[in-house]
Design a protein around this ligand. Sequence first.
Ligand code: HEM
Length: 510
Amino acid sequence: SGLPSILKKSLSKVGVPNEILEFLFGLYPKIPEAKGSIKAIRSEAFFIPLYELYITYGGIFRLNFGPKSFLIVSDPAIAKHILKDNAKAYSKGILAEILDFVMGKGLIPADGEIWRVRRRAIVPALHLKFVAAMIGLFGQATDRLCKKLDAAASDGEDVEMESLFSRLTLDVIGKAVFNYDFDSLSNDTGIIEAVYTVLREAEDRSVSPIPVWDIPIWKDISPRQRKVTAALKLVNDTLNNLIAICKRMVDEEELQFHEEYMNEQDPSILHFLLASGDDVSSKQLRDDLMTMLIAGHETSAAVLTWTFYLLSKEPSVVSKLQEEVDSVLGDRFPTIEDMKKLKYTTRVINESLRLYPQPPVLIRRSLENDVLGEYPIKRGEDIFISVWNLHRSPTLWEGADKFEPERWPLDGPNPNETNQNFKYLPFGGGPRKCIGDMFASYETIVALAMLVRRFNFQMAIGAPPVVMTTGATIHTTQGLNMTVTHRIKPPIVPSLQMSTLEADPSMSIS
Ligand code: HEM
C-alpha cells in the first residue's frame, strides 16, 4: 500500500492495462482491508457487521483486530477451494483451541491423522437403516413435546419455544448417540443442567476475545469455572458409565457385526462403534460422543427455532405446509417413506437453513501458502467463511432476504452445496461436511410436520422482539415466545375409505 498503490491506481485510471501494471510493480493484488472498529463487531451478532463489510469490500477481505487479523470469505468459488478442492491445506485453527476443553480431539475439532481415522470409524454408524430407525425416535420425542403444548394450548399459556426445541433435540441426540434418555422435556436433572453449563461455556468462549479460562489460578478460584469443571466431570462420568454399560451389552450379544449392523434394543451410534470393534482409547471415544452430542443438539434446535419464527410471519406458507402434512400423514406417526413425500415441508427446512445457517460462519486456518481467488496468502492465516453472507448475498440470490420455500422447485433436486455450487452450504462441504445431515434433516422435518399438523403458532402478544445473538449457533436474545392453539381442522379427507379411519383422541377438534 502507500505510494506504489496510489501510483498504480492512477496509472490504471489513465488506462494502463492491469497486466502491464502487475509486471511493472511486480506485485500481486492485495486483499482489501476492511476499516472498522472492533466495538461495532462486539455489540451485536458478529456476522451482521461482517455482512455490511462484505457489501463494501467484496468476497474476500481482511479484518484487523489489534495484532490479530482474519480473512473473511463470502465467495462461493473461494469457499469451495478451501472446503473441498484444497481442503488438506486447512485446519480447524481457532475452533480447535476454543473447543479443546470439551471436545478434546473429537471429530469436529480434530485434524490430520486423528480426524481421518475417526471419520472413517464413525461415518458408517449413520447408515440408512439407523436413520430409518431414528424416524421413530423423532416421532416419539416430538409427541412428548406435543403433549406439553396440549396443556399450554388448553390453559392459554404462552410458551418459550427456543428452550423447548433445545430440550426436544437434546432428548433425541442423547438417545441416538449413546442410548441415554435425558427426558429433558419432562425433567430437570443434574445431568441436564450440567450439559447446558458445558454448552453455554463453549459458546461463551467462542465469542470471548480474552481466554481467561486459560489462566491457571482462575480455573480454581472463579466460581463460574469451578461450576464448569464440576459439570464437565459429571457429563464425563455419565458418558464413561454409558460406555461401560454398552460394552457389557455388546459382549453378551450374539449378533454378528456387518455393514448395516444395528441392535434393535439399542440402535445408538455408540453401540455400533463398540460392536464394530472400534479400537480406540476411552478418552477419544468420549471426545467423539461429546462432539456429536453438542453438534447434533443446538444446531437442530436452532433450525426449528428460526423455522417457527419465519413461519410466524408467513401464514400462507403455514397453510401450504398444513395441507401437505394433512394429506401425507393424516394422523399417523411419520415413517421413512414419508420423508420423500413431505416435499414442501423439506423445502421449508431448506429455506430456513438458507436464511439462518447453523453455524453462521465456518472457521479454518491455512497450513501452507495458497492462492485464494487472485490473492496469494501465507500459512497461518485465520479464515472465517461466512455462510451467512453466501446465503444472503444480493448478487447470488433473487430476493435474498425473503423467506420463499418456493424458490426450490418441489420436483427439483434437494438443494445442497454441490448442486448449488457452494453458494448454499447448510451442512458445509468437502471432506469435513456434516455427518449428521440426513439425520438432522429428517429430525427437523418430522418435528415441523407433527407440530403444524396439531397446532397453530403465533408470536405471543407483548413478547419481546426477536433479536439474534451468537454462540456457536444463532440464538434469540430473549427467547421465541409464542401462543399455541389447537388447530381446528376440517374433517380429515381420507385417502383410504372412510370406514377404515378411526377416531384418534389426540387429533380431536378442540
Ligand atoms: C459438521 C451443520 C446436525 C455431527 C458440520 C458442519 C456443518 C454442520 C455446517 C461443517 C463444519 C465445518 O466445516 O467446519 C449441521 C446442522 C445440523 C447438524 C445445520 C442440524 C440441522 C448434526 C448432527 C450430528 C452432527 C445431528 C450428529 C450425528 C457433525 C460432525 C461434524 C459436523 C461430527 C464434523 C465432521 C468432520 O469434521 O468430519 N455440521 N449439523 N451434525 N456435524 Fe453437523
